[in-house]
Every structure is written in C-alpha cells, then in structure tokens.
Design a protein around this ligand. Structure first.
Ligand code: 13P
Ligand code: SF4
Length: 328
C-alpha cells in the first residue's frame, strides 16, 4: 500500500517516504539528530507524534520550552499560533511546522484589522489576549495569557478595565473565577470545545456513577457547570493522575487521552460525547493536519518555515514577556 500523503504545504515533492511505520519513526529520530532539531508537540497531536517528540506540553509549557531551546531547529507539532509564539520568543532558531495550514478557529475568528477597530471603542482598557491568536493580534495586546494562567493574569490587573480576546467561553470562565463581571469579551469560540452535548454528558455520567467530569475552560458554560474540575490540558492531566476516582469523563480534544492513559494507568477515561456522534468533532481538524509523514518531510526539508517579521515580532514579544512576569 502506498502510504504517501499529500505534501506538507510548502514542502518539496517526495517519493522516498519510508513505507513502514517503524522505518518512518527511525528516520524521524535520525533526522532530529542530523538537523540538530528539537520536536515540540501539543497534547492534542496524534499519539505517534507525541511519542516521537522531545517535549509534550500545554501552550504555556511549550512556549517556555521554545524560549529556552538551543537546538538549531524547533520543529513545532501543534498549530500555527504556537509556532509563531516560538519564533517570537526565540527568533535565532529556525522554526518549522509539519503543515503550514494547521490553524485555529480562535485565531482565524479574530482578524487583526477587525480587532484593532474593535479596540478603538475601549481606549482606556488593558487588552488581555489568549495565546490562541495571531502574532498581529498579540502585537495589539498588553498581556497574553494561556488557559493555565488566564485567571491569575486577570486577577493581577485589579483596578484596570480589561478587554479579553478572542475566546468568549474562556473569558466568561475567567470573569467568574476572578470576580470580574465587567470584562469586555471578543465573541470568538473554539470549534472543538463547542461540540460537546450537555444532554449526552449527563446521560454518560448517570451511567458511570463516581466518574469525575473534567473540562477545558474553552467549553461552553452548559458543560463547565457539570465539571468537577476545569483546567488547561496540563491541569487536567494532573487532576486525573492525582485524584482518587477510578473514572473520568474528559471534555476536551481527545488527543489528550493518550498522555492521560500514561499518567493515570488503570483509570477509565471516557471522552465527553459530541452533539453529533457521527463526526469526530472532538478531534481538532487543525491539530490533526500534522501527520508522521509530514513530520518526516518537515525535518528532512526544513520547510515549511514560520517567520514573524519585525516590527510585529518585537511588539508581540512584549505582552508575552509581561505574562511571564505577572505569573512567575
Ligand atoms: P492548553 O493551553 O490548555 O494546552 O490549550 C490549548 C488549546 O488550543 C486548547 O484548545
Ligand atoms: Fe484552536 Fe480549538 Fe484546535 Fe485548540 S482545539 S487549536 S482552540 S481550534
């Protein structure tokens, strides 16, 4: 069977992709050494990619790892805004991605031009942007946050009027947790975290008494209100590993179940059900654009590359560094 897939956007034509999975994995390991490349992967990547990565983490951990990377090449197996963040923080490294088209519905739903015009209505507000946005939107922001530190970032801004973009579900959650009912929210959403069904979640919980519901704060309120624990991907992993319960219903992208099974062996992990159970809506279509074949091509050809030109890069770096300062 021909295992060749369409080329990574921007990658050279290839006819020599190893045909067998173990050969492909061996070649990826060889290329990592040969190119002096570090592979960073998000928890939502397919399990084979996570297993080949040098570091797997949530958005915050990945940005910290990218900042301190000293390899010649950072190969970012995640989505575009994550690779941009790596380039912003460590511009001397070459940053490459398996697929340049791996975007994010939150970043796509907040075009910088529209965002700049919207901000004109809030001239005296501090602009807090969730890291899931473009470099241009970061450059328009005062502080960046991730799902693991959004509440502390907003709490640190007591006394300031705040606009929060681009995820309104995360924004609503942060407003509640920080006691700030005055947050102005940009109306963006994540297509994956909006797919879960409250009715089916309740049915699943009734059939699994004792199971804890864990949810990412990008989920809608009707899911979050049933959650025993709400946290970033790394926070959910920690909770599942450390909590006494035997079973967990997991309301986030299903790629995380791979790492959860590793950190919580023997526990029952049940993906929260999407409204439409004929689709694989709990898999992020952007994250899933990355495949082992594209990872191989990207490491072999060192393309497609992600660059963030000046002055956007320097402007975008400031609010990210402010996040590190506020939450260190
Ligand atoms: P985390 O920062 O929790 O890893 O979330 C990233 C993301 O894209 C969630 O959809
Ligand atoms: Fe963006 Fe949602 Fe995919 Fe995360 S899961 S990368 S927020 S589209």
């Amino acid at each position: 069977m021909d295992r060749r897939l369409p080329m990574a956007a921007g990658a050279a034509e290839s006819s020599d992709i190893p045909a067998l999975p173990h050969e492909l994995e061996d070649e990826i390991e060889r290329l990592k050494r040969e190119q002096n490349a570090v592979v960073l992967a998000h928890y939502y990547q397919e399990s084979e990619i996570q297993d080949l990565a040098d570091f797997v983490g949530d958005s915050l951990q990945l940005s910290q790892q990218a900042k301190r990377a000293d390899a010649d090449v950072i190969c970012f197996a995640g989505v575009h805004f994550m690779a941009e963040t790596a380039k912003i923080l460590n511009p001397k490294r070459k940053v490459v991605v398996p697929d340049l088209d791996a975007g994010c519905s939150l970043a796509d739903g907040c075009p910088p031009g529209d965002f700049a015009r919207w901000l004109e209505s809030y001239p005296d507000h501090t602009v807090v942007s969730y890291v899931n946005c473009s470099a241009e939107v970061k450059a328009l922001s005062d502080v960046i946050c991730t799902s693991s530190n959004a509440v502390s970032v907003v709490r640190a801004l007591e006394g300031h009027k705040v606009v929060f973009a681009p995820d309104r579900h995360l924004g609503r959650y942060v407003a509640r947790e920080s006691g700030r009912d005055d947050l102005v929210l940009w109306p963006g959403t994540c297509i994956v975290h909006e797919t879960f069904s409250e009715k089916k979640l309740l049915g699943l919980r009734a059939r699994n008494p004792g199971a804890h519901v864990v949810a990412h704060p990008e989920c809608e309120d009707q899911i979050l209100r049933h959650a025993d624990h709400i946290a970033s991907t790394s926070g959910l992993l920690r909770y599942v590993a450390e909590t006494e319960a035997d079973a967990f219903i997991v309301a986030t992208e299903a790629g995380i179940l791979h790492k959860m099974a590793q950190v919580a062996p023997g526990k029952t992990l049940i993906p929260a059900p999407p409204e439409d159970d004929t689709c694989a809506c709990n898999l992020c279509p952007h994250m899933r654009k990355n495949t082992l074949e594209k990872l191989f091509l990207c490491l072999r050809d060192l393309t497609p590359e992600v660059d963030v030109p000046e002055p956007t890069r320097s402007r975008a770096r400031e609010p990210i560094e402010r996040m590190f300062e506020l939450t260190s």
